[in-house]
Design a protein around this ligand. Structure first.
Ligand SMILES: Cc1cc2nc3c(=O)[nH]c(=O)nc-3n(C[C@H](O)[C@H](O)[C@H](O)COP(=O)(O)OP(=O)(O)OC[C@H]3O[C@@H](n4cnc5c(N)ncnc54)[C@H](O)[C@@H]3O)c2cc1C
Length: 454
């Protein structure tokens, strides 16, 4: 099957050389590949947060017989290699567009669900004893210019008064004391209840919890074919087959589009890459003027995301090219390191220890997709978190579990209680094989906008 990006991005048998893989620690997870002929009520394709959360909630809250198939190891995809920002924002629609398209009530419901999703991750960490090393108590968005800070001031007013969000604004002088200083620091806004975590420990912890609660979790079990026999779905892997009454299809940036025509040509995978420095002591960090472990992004269109890790390393991530080849990745890592030196000259000579990359998922309508295939009501899906899946994918997996189990205890019936912004399936891209070319144009366009501050 021809994938969209360079084949090096789809080696299910290889882990990325990430800091997270190096520090994942022990896991109680049993690594059993699907073997022989099996059956279940709900089959789940993909062992990232969406699939794992669906499996855990189905088994734990609804006693549903769920079985998850993952092509690599658990967390092989974006869920095991992201920046660990448990923050809000799974859409790229501007706040103005959200309000215009969905109205105040639905926009508020969406933002509230994003805060709930952050709290859900914290609660899962506590309830399921997942040692995901939480850090910080908010996300900072740092203004790259005075004009950006003025825009933030206007948005913060709306976020507080119309949407009821917990946000605070900090002038450049204030942020120098609680965050850092840089020629690119012009004040910041803080969003609560966001925080940071160890993403792979979180994925493995979700999988172990799901297994404890009775879900079957099978890593190294790539679904290579999917067909329907009567009312049953038949999923085949190299060493076994699984029949199920219902299927949850996940995959996000690694969506196996060849398996179901209902998702073909709809996701827009996009590369994100990360570099990590050697550890720094508390004294060294103080000397360098760094005072926060809160996850932070800057306000550019092609923004960087950065944070301190629990052992004093500095991590920074940003977008990579539209090809996905190893040589392009090396160039991206060099650019990210140069950007660090430009933004924080005090880090210019620091040594780096880890670098890796993966795929996030955008969509033509710039919003996430949660729903059920119109072509086959026994197939559910969730994807398109726009680079913000730690909370969003966890929440989406739980919502799918509730919907599927049909035991929503609230007044309204799923999926209508989902905020309108996340409901349904994103449109198919015209000439979908051209998606990487659209991406190339899009990345160029946003770089230009950043250059002219527009
Ligand atoms: C470098 C990077 C940094 C990021 N930083 C952040 C961040 O800081 N905060 C944040 O909120 N989000 C971040 N994201 C995005 C976030 O990680 C994703 O949105 C989220 O993990 C998506 O979860 P998922 O379960 O839907 O997909 P994934 O975690 O990508 O999992 C999909 C899984 O499907 C499996 N699969 C594919 N085909 C098959 C098949 N045929 N059979 C079986 N399994 C299959 C894949 O192996 C994969 O493991 C980042 C992503 C990347 C790549």
């Amino acid at each position: 099957m021809k994938q969209l990006f360079h084949p090096s991005l789809y080696r299910f048998d290889q882990a990325q050389p990430s800091y997270w893989e190096a520090t994942a620690g022990e896991t109680e997870l049993r690594n059993e590949t699907l073997d022989g002929t099996q059956s279940c009520d709900v089959a789940i394709i993909g062992g990232g947060y969406t699939g794992l959360s669906a499996a855990l909630h189905l088994a734990r809250d609804f006693n549903v017989d769920a079985c998850l198939l993952e092509a690599g190891h658990i967390g092989w995809g974006a869920s095991g290699r992201n920046g660990g920002f448990c923050t809000m924002g799974m859409t790229k629609l501007s706040l103005q567009s959200q309000l215009k398209k969905f109205g105040v009530e639905q926009t508020r419901a969406f933002h509230q669900s994003q805060a709930d999703a952050v709290n859900l991750v914290r609660a899962l960490g506590e309830d399921e004893a997942i040692d995901f090393l939480p850090q910080g108590d908010c996300e900072f968005i740092v203004a790259d210019s005075d004009a950006h800070f003025a825009g933030m001031q206007r948005e913060v007013d709306i976020e507080r008064s119309l949407l009821g969000l917990d946000v605070s604004l900090h002038s450049r002088d204030e942020f120098r004391e609680i965050g850092y200083d840089s020629p690119h620091q012009h004040g910041a806004v803080a969003h609560r209840p966001s925080f940071a975590l160890h993403p792979l420990r979180y994925a493995q912890g979700l999988a172990a919890a799901a297994q404890r609660r009775g879900a079957r979790i099978h890593p190294r079990s790539e679904v290579i074919s999917w067909r329907k026999e009567g009312d049953s779905h038949l999923l085949e892997t190299a060493s076994g087959s699984l029949s199920a009454k219902q299927v949850i299809l996940t995959g996000n940036g690694f969506m196996p589009e060849h398996l179901h025509r209902g998702v073909r040509g709809r996701p827009l995978p996009l590369q994100s890459a990360i570099v990590v420095t050697r550890p720094m002591s508390a004294d060294e960090l103080r000397e360098k003027g760094w005072h926060t472990e809160n996850p932070t992004i800057n306000s550019k269109h092609m923004f960087f995301y950065y944070r301190l890790l629990s052992d004093g390393r500095f991590m920074l991530g940003g977008r990579a090219n539209h090809i996905g080849d190893p040589a392009g990745a090396e160039a991206t890592y060099a650019e990210l390191k140069q950007s660090i030196a430009n933004m924080w000259p005090q880090f210019a000579d620091i040594e780096y220890t880890h670098q890796w990359r993966g795929l996030v998922c955008f969509a033509l309508n710039f919003r996430p997709s949660i729903g059920r295939m119109p072509e086959d009501k026994s197939v559910y899906f969730a994807y398109g978190y726009h680079g913000n899946g730690v909370n969003s994918a966890t929440w989406s997996g739980r919502e799918l579990a509730r919907w599927l189990a049909g035991r929503e205890s609230g007044k309204s019936i799923l999926p209508n209680h989902l905020p309108a912004l996340v409901r349904g399936r994103s449109p198919r891209f015209p000439l979908a094989a051209m998606r990487r070319q659209y991406l190339r144009l899009g990345l160029g366009f946003y770089r230009l906008r950043d250059y002219f501050d527009w």
